[in-house]
Design a protein around this ligand. Structure first.
Ligand code: TYM
Length: 331
């Protein structure tokens, strides 16, 4: 069986973008692959986090993994900081990453512009820690949204560089992205030129998995559209409507063409609440299951403790191999 690895940051609440772009696909893979899904709390501290909120959100992401259909008996679910091998391999990989290539990461440029008061070195080496996450498990496939493609590419470059010096150390992973039209990039509802993101200042831009139905309906009713009234897919000319059509299609399992046909001749006043309603029904069971799980902290603790044990065992094997190849004395 091939190995799948992916991660989600607990740096805020999960959005409909996280779900449609990535997490929705995770359970579909767990029958045919060895799946490992991580809550990457160490990545989250590259920007300042409130400690109590970080602790709560880490458990919430874990609960949401399960609520979205991941089965702890089939997939390894764990918290990144519980497996020290991530930090250890990241250090080694720092020494195999060039300053220039790390400087070219667009996420670093974006985040350092946004958090100009805290351009820390962790933010700079963020992709190296992410490479360590992936390479520790000899991962074949990394299911992520397209916004992560540059990080996957640098991970492959680092792995190839290391393997060039020390052959047969790492499996070279591949990114797996949803196809265009299948949620690869869900856009903000308030500014459809930007991706939907939990770090958006305008909370009308994103739908949270934990949003209540009335909040979801209000945000969709306020979604930015355009002045002509046709409901057709045209990402350049009509980014707002195209994003809503995409969301509607994904939430209902219909094709975009079917969705267009359904709303032909209808107005935005009818279309926007219709999208809201299908999203409410899509998210309702996930929210309810998450709320149940968060009331059962003992169970969550059992899941992440067992997950960390399984992950540590696998990660150690790779780290031992790396240390041996580098010439570190065996302890
Ligand atoms: P994060 O936490 O920002 O997002 C989690 C996943 O959601 C996807 N995503 C989206 N997909 C479509 N449309 C959107 N608007 C949207 N917003 C987010 C992301 O592509 C991602 O798949 N660096 C990663 C976390 C990470 C990781 C890893 C991922 C750390 N180590 C190792 C894979 C493997 C991140 O910040 O994801």
């Amino acid at each position: 069986k091939q190995t799948i690895f992916s991660g989600v940051q607990p740096s805020g609440k999960l959005t409909l973008g996280n779900y449609l772009g990535a997490i929705r696909n995770f359970p579909l893979l767990q029958e045919d692959y060895n799946c490992i899904y991580c809550v990457v709390d160490m990545h989250a501290i590259t920007v300042r986090q409130d400690p109590a909120a970080l602790r709560r959100q880490t458990l919430e992401v874990l609960a949401q993994y399960i609520a979205c259909g991941l089965d702890p008996e089939k997939s390894v679910l764990f918290i990144q900081s519980h497996v020290p091998a991530h930090a250890e391999l990241a250090w080694v990989l720092n020494c195999f990453t060039m300053f220039g290539e790390a400087s070219r990461m667009t996420q670093f440029k974006d985040k350092s512009a946004k958090h100009s008061d805290n351009v820390n070195v962790g933010l700079f080496t963020y992709p190296v820690l992410m490479a360590a996450d992936i390479l520790l498990y000899q991962t074949n496939i990394v299911p992520v949204g397209v916004d992560q493609s540059q990080h996957i590419e640098i991970c492959r470059d680092i792995a190839n560089r290391f393997n060039g010096v020390f052959p047969d150390t790492f499996t070279i992973p591949e990114g797996r992205y949803p196809k265009a039209g299948e949620g690869a990039k869900i856009m903000s509802l308030s500014d459809p030129e930007k991706k939907m993101s939990k770090s958006d200042e305008n909370e009308n831009g994103y739908i949270l998995l934990m949003d209540q139905p009335d909040v979801i309906m209000r945000k969709f009713k306020r979604a930015v559209t355009d002045s002509d009234a046709r409901i057709v897919m045209d990402p350049q000319g009509k980014p707002g409507i195209s994003n809503l059509l995409q969301i509607y299609a994904l939430a209902t399992g219909k094709t975009v063409a079917e969705a267009e046909a359904e709303f032909a001749g209808k107005g935005y006043g009818e279309f926007k609440p219709a999208v809201g309603e299908v999203v409410v029904e899509l998210l309702r069971p996930i929210r309810e299951k998450t709320e149940d799980l968060l009331r059962n902290k003992d169970y969550l603790q059992q899941v992440y403790t067992e997950g960390a044990q399984k992950a540590s065992y696998l990660a150690r094997k790779t780290l031992d191999k790396v240390y041996r190849k580098l010439g570190f004395v065996k302890r």
